[in-house]
Design a protein around this ligand. Structure first.
Ligand code: KG4
Ligand code: ZN
Length: 356
């Protein structure tokens, strides 16, 4: 990769407005304005509110990122922007802003696939060489990808319904825990007994690497309702045990499917995990144990680079630019944009946008 290229990245595909300046593997600045407060009353991301907030915050984020990097626009070599997949209003806000900057400065414009941003992060943080396996697990995505190059991905499996983060969030809602639910479910699970309630391990009885999480939510709802009916309410210990049982089921499914994905990959340099759910300590260590037992290096980028950010978009933009060159001003925003066009379309459309 050409280490001399300095890229301004923009990200606005979900509920984080972000801008970053990256040069080679060095993040000169990364600014993220999250919208959690704006959506918290609604129990999920409201696309129209998200799009307006992106339109309001993008220019400020760009200014702050440039200032923190000590650069002005004339010192930027290219402008990379998430052009999909995601909530279309937000993606459009970013694409329009990037087009304006590109047209005004004459700098090349690079449309980046948001999932490619996540998938290439282990190269940004750890210099992982192609090809490698990555598991993306977030509130909007869940898929196994073999990453062969900046624009060359093979999807080995994906969720056919919800993403794991959605299931964590729903679990928290059903148990009266705050949003976003993942960290609160994890905290409760630490104190719980994972063997008290029997949760299903969806799709383990079928071959392949596809996943499903919607049945887990339903199982949790049933267990909760049975407890409420029989005891008149939930005790703290019940919440802890339900969280522990749920988390163990997610962990077991992801570990077993990762084992299968590792079986079908050949010549990979490592196994990486990214996305907000990768913050889960129990999951991270179970995946690391699996990878190490196979003698395969394990990479889990720092949390700030696992969750949505623009540094990953700038970096992925630079890698794409070197291979494919720039886009032009006809670049369009795409709500769906599968990384592996040969893979069959994954079902489902989660609360954070369409599954690619
Ligand atoms: O990648 P991310 O920040 O946003 C997108 O979905 O794009 O992921 C957010 C998701 C939320 O659903 C949140 O509940 C989940 O990641 N999450 C966790 C943990 N921390 C965040 N899930 C399980 N355990 C955690 N510690
Ligand atoms: Zn994301």
């Amino acid at each position: 990769m050409d280490h001399d290229i300095t890229v301004l990245g923009l990200e606005s595909s979900c509920d984080d407005t972000a801008a970053a300046v990256v040069r080679g593997h060095k993040i000169l600045a990364s600014v993220v304005a999250d919208q959690t407060d704006l959506h918290s009353a609604y129990g999920g991301v409201v696309p129209e509110i998200a799009a307006r907030a992106h339109a309001e915050k993008l220019d400020l984020c760009v200014e702050n990122a440039l200032e923190a990097a000590g650069k002005n626009l004339s010192e930027i070599d290219a402008i990379a922007v998430t052009a999909g997949p995601g909530l279309i209003g937000g993606v459009l806000s970013g694409v329009m802003m990037a087009k304006g900057l590109s047209a005004g400065t004459g700098k090349p414009l690079i449309g980046v696939n948001h999932l490619a941003g996540h998938a290439l992060t282990p190269r940004l943080t750890d210099g992982l060489e192609y090809p490698y396996l990555i598991l993306l697990v977030s509130g909007g995505h869940c898929q196994f990808l073999q990453v062969n190059g900046p624009t060359n991905f093979s999807r080995l499996g994906s969720t056919i319904d919800d993403a794991p983060g959605e299931a964590f969030d729903k679990t928290a809602r059903l148990l009266g825990l705050p949003q976003p639910g993942g960290p609160f479910v994890e905290q409760a699970a630490i104190l719980g007994d994972e063997t008290r309630f029997a949760f299903p391990r969806p799709l383990l009885d079928r071959p392949g690497c596809d996943l499903s999480f919607s049945g887990l939510k339903t199982a949790l709802l049933r267990q909760r309702d049975q407890l409420v009916t029989s005891q008149g309410g939930l005790r703290r210990v019940d919440v802890n045990d339900l969280c522990a049982g749920f988390q163990a089921a997610v962990r077991d499914v992801l570990v077993e499917k990762s084992r299968r994905a590792l079986d079908v990959c050949s010549g990979i340099t490592g196994f990486a995990v990214a996305g907000g759910v990768a913050a889960n300590t129990q999951l991270r260590s179970a995946l690391e144990t699996l990878s190490k037992a196979r003698g395969i290096p394990f990479v889990a980028p720092p949390l700030s680079l696992c969750t949505d950010n623009a540094a990953m978009i700038a970096f992925a933009g630079a890698e794409k630019f070197i291979v494919d060159g720039a886009d032009d001003l006809t670049l369009s925003a795409r709500p769906r944009w599968p990384l592996d066009r040969s893979a069959p379309s994954a079902l489902g459309s989660g609360k954070k946008g369409a599954k690619a």
